[in-house]
Design a protein around this ligand. Structure first.
Ligand code: V47
Length: 381
């Protein structure tokens, strides 16, 4: 007989998650979901304290199929980080280098950015996703020139760029209002904004993990302004570190409230904390159970978000496939050159081809639909 393999399960801290205000069965929540009624904060917390993962997933899948049937979206995109030099001090980040001189610190010149894009561009790619560190030493022109260069040389690319964290930084550093920053970036070519930097919006968690960057309130305000200026944006939640269930639910409800007001969010992307190479490496990161439950609860609470994305480069291909039965209806894209998760320990593939994405989706019995960044269908449905 061979040896029995030992499964290593890291210890989680159950105390963080113990504040159940009384267990209510799924029956009542199911009723609300069937009638299309909005779920409450208490419902969200009840769902998080319920261990019936399949039951919760079933409800989320009902909503997913009510909205999208079997349609599951993907796009052809690539990521670029023009610099990883960053003034912020986020404990979960494995990507940033604090000083320009640090080993591994990089800042692309305009010419280097152009070469980087040329190496990844082909006529079917529709999106470039750009997120950068908060670099002390760059002029605002650096960013507008980058956008203009992309627009001029690669006019077919949709430029999705700069998180609310960067927008806030530009506003303070270059002494402009948020409106002015966004207007000038849009004039240079910015077409939508990614959802990063939201982490957990509540103050207690932000003070612990990212004290020196945009507040939760300002993150929402920046997206509000972006929506008013006509930009579509995305929203994320970094889960599985020091937050508790109430803080996750409050995060989701804050996004829902914002969406009621400004209606410009397209997709919600739960981001599972990856512990390698950062200052929270003592934490285990969320389990697959917790991830699937978070996908399902997000779908159920965010009744005004059209899409929920199972970002395969963060979840891994296999869990992303499962998430498609737990509320998600999008897998992101080819994601060439992703760095944030790779540097935080993600060992999966570095990119997927269009054919692989279609296979990933179709294997789950869903219909793969290619989209552009703002969810126009590409090709036949
Ligand atoms: O804001 C950083 C997260 C985000 C880690 O809008 C980490 O379409 C886990 O927002 N473990 C950036 N997460 C990525 C992001 C994103 C990705 C793909 C698509 C879109 C979109 C947005 O990544 C950061 C932070 O929340 N992050 N480090 C880590 N160690």
């Amino acid at each position: 007989m061979g040896q029995t393999a030992k499964i290593k399960i890291q210890k989680r801290n159950p105390e963080r998650f113990r504040s159940n205000p009384g267990k209510k069965s799924l029956v009542e929540i199911r009723q609300k979901v069937l009638q299309g009624e909005r779920l409450s904060r208490e419902d969200g917390i009840t769902l998080y304290n319920c261990s019936d993962l399949v039951g919760i997933g079933h409800l989320a899948n009902l909503v997913r199929e009510r909205l999208h049937g079997d349609k599951t979206y993907f796009n052809q995109n690539f990521h670029m980080n023009a610099t990883n030099v960053c003034e912020a001090n986020c404990l979960f980040c494995s990507f940033a280098r604090i000083q320009p001189g640090d080993e591994q610190a990089f800042t692309f010149s305009l010419e280097q950015s152009k070469k980087f894009i040329e190496a990844r561009y082909h006529p079917e790619v529709t999106e470039i996703h750009i997120v950068n560190g908060l670099h002390q030493g760059l002029a605002f022109d650096y960013y507008t020139s980058l956008l203009e260069m992309i627009r001029e040389n690669f006019p077919n690319l949709h430029i999705k760029a700069f998180t609310a964290v960067e927008i806030q930084y530009f506003s303070e550093k270059y002494n402009m209002s948020i409106e002015e920053v966004l207007t000038r970036l849009m004039k240079a070519g910015l077409m939508s904004m990614p959802g990063g930097g939201a982490e957990i919006l509540g103050n207690r968690v932000r003070k612990k993990i990212c004290a020196d960057k945009v507040s939760g309130e300002d993150w929402l305000k920046i997206h509000d302004i972006a929506h008013k200026l006509g930009l579509k944006t995305n929203a994320t939640m970094l889960y599985g570190h020091v937050e508790n269930y109430e803080e996750r639910v409050d995060h989701l409800l804050a996004l829902r409230e914002q969406q009621d007001k400004s209606k410009g969010f397209q997709v919600f992307i739960p981001l599972a904390f990856h512990p390698e190479g950062n200052r929270m490496k003592n934490l285990p990161g969320p389990s697959a159970f917790d991830s699937l439950r978070t996908y399902a609860i997000s779908r159920l609470l965010l009744d005004n978000f059209p899409h929920i994305k199972a970002y395969w480069a963060m979840l891994g291909v296999h869990l992303a496939q499962l998430a498609l039965s737990f509320g998600a209806n999008d897998v992101d894209g080819t994601v060439v050159s992703e760095k944030i998760y790779r540097m935080a320990g993600n060992k999966g593939p570095e990119m997927l081809t269009k054919e692989q994405l279609i296979q990933l989706i179709e294997e789950t019995g869903r219909k793969a639909i290619e989209r552009d960044t703002v969810y126009n269908t590409i090709g036949e449905e």
